[in-house]
Ligand binder design. Structure first.
Ligand SMILES: Cc1ncc(COP(=O)(O)O)c(C=O)c1O
Length: 417
């Protein structure tokens, strides 16, 4: 925890909010240890959640369950508003806290409701006209891709789609897979930082360098990495970066993020206009003028960011990779099971996808849910038909072993109907 953050929490604590004191106590308690296999440390972290003991939640990639302190921050904020007291979250504190955790500059943050909304802000805010092309891939989520379908259809532009390898061997292979789709018409490239399909990490900084050379706008769908990876937005944001802190940052549902690089803060057209939309001195904050919004989710986001900072992102990333590796190694030893996704650790994060020969993923999903209350995600999009597992800091090695045993049993003995 930095000196600045400590001072910041003291200030909030001084405003008589309860949650910053809880986070400060947690940070102190978790000061030592925290290696990826330090089960005592991670059991303390697990104790922060409200997830029932009999639940095995392996779908953080869709929605992250908030720790108790985040729920408390939302409730506390809601109550203070009802009591007509100062609510206790400021945009400046929130932005500074985010920049501390994710890198980038505090001036670049905008707070839509989710990645989908952030990506719509981007697609609506760049200049695209007849004859222009937007380039994307066949591993994009609808929330990242449909805004471009809409805008290209409406403005007489073209949407080009390239195929990404399902089992990428290197960053270079991924980079070239995207770049081969570039034509003289390409004005925008929109790709995921980490694909929702196989959890593959794309080489965003290398792609950004090429885009710069060709004056192509790089819009990044970063729904997953914030809160999962110890990242630096200065390196991976491209021109604009859309995210959903309600996934890996464990913020309240309906908490989005849009990060604009310096050159776009005065340039992106706002999609929603209110006072100040054309006051360029406000920079990216022009896009935060959205009318009255539910600021309790921003209070929850601030608590989620401080909670992650208390645990430290380097430790979170190492633990998430450790759990994914356990899952992946176990899956690879199961007969007739095909793991998809990147080969090298550098292109992997917290999600793993696979198919079981002869068993539909939706059937396996129902089976796991029925026998052990396991929550998974089936990637039915693009007819891929894979099952995706995504583990976070609240999962235990025992849970992972249990799920692997069940999948192994289904592979060897079939699933009773
Ligand atoms: C890569 C990716 N982009 C966008 C989205 C949409 O996120 P949201 O529903 O939070 O807008 C998701 C959701 O799973 C996703 O995985």
């Amino acid at each position: 925890m930095t000196v600045d953050r400590r001072r910041f929490l003291t200030v909030l604590g001084g405003a008589s909010l309860a949650w910053p004191r809880t986070v400060a106590a947690l940070a102190q308690n978790l000061d030592a240890g925290g290696q990826a296999d330090d089960e005592l440390f991670w059991s303390v972290v697990r104790g922060q959640f409200l997830i029932p003991n009999d639940r095995i939640y392996l779908n953080n990639g869709t929605l992250g369950p908030s720790p108790r302190v985040v729920v408390d921050a939302v409730t506390e904020h809601t109550r203070r508003v009802a009591e007509t007291r100062p609510p206790g979250v400021s945009w400046d504190d929130l932005k500074a806290s985010l920049a501390d955790l994710l890198g980038g500059s505090a001036a670049g943050f905008v707070f839509p409701r989710n990645t989908t909304e952030a990506m719509n802000f981007i697609a609506n805010g760049v200049e695209i006209g007849p004859g222009d092309a937007v380039l994307s891939t066949d591993h994009e989520h609808v929330g990242g891709l449909e805004p471009w379908k809409l805008i290209t259809a409406r403005r007489g532009a073209r949407l080009d789609i390239v195929s990404l390898p399902h089992r990428a061997r290197s960053s270079d292979e991924l980079l070239e897979s995207v770049w081969r789709g570039v034509t003289p018409d390409t004005r925008v490239i929109c790709v995921s930082h980490m694909t929702f399909t196989t959890g593959t990490i794309l080489p965003i900084s290398a792609l950004a360098a090429r885009c710069d050379d060709r004056d192509i706008v790089l819009a990044v769908d970063g729904a997953h990495p914030p809160g999962m990876l110890d990242l630096d937005l200065d390196q991976v944001s491209g021109d604009m970066y859309a995210s959903s802190p309600h996934k890996w940052l464990l913020a309240p549902q309906g908490t989005g993020l849009l990060y604009l690089s310096a050159s776009w803060r005065e340039r992106l057209w706002p999609t929603l206009a209110s006072g100040g939309w054309d006051d360029l001195s406000l920079g990216a904050h022009r896009l935060n003028h959205l009318g009255t919004i539910d600021e309790s989710r921003l209070a929850g986001l601030l608590a989620a960011v401080e909670w992650a900072a208390a645990i430290r992102m380097s430790r979170v990333e190492a633990r998430v990779r450790y759990l994914r590796d356990m899952l992946e190694t176990g899956l690879r030893s199961i007969p007739n099971l095909d793991v998809v996704g990147a080969r090298e650790e550098e292109q992997k994060g917290g999600m793993v996808s696979f198919a079981l020969d002869g068993v539909e993923s939706s059937v396996l999903q129902r089976h796991l849910s029925r026998v052990a209350n396991v929550r998974t995600r089936v990637i039915g999009e693009y007819d891929y038909g894979w099952m995706r597992l995504s583990a976070h800091v609240y999962n235990s090695p025992e849970q992972i072993t249990r799920v692997l045993d069940l999948i192994d049993d289904a592979a060897r003995n079939g699933i009773p109907s």
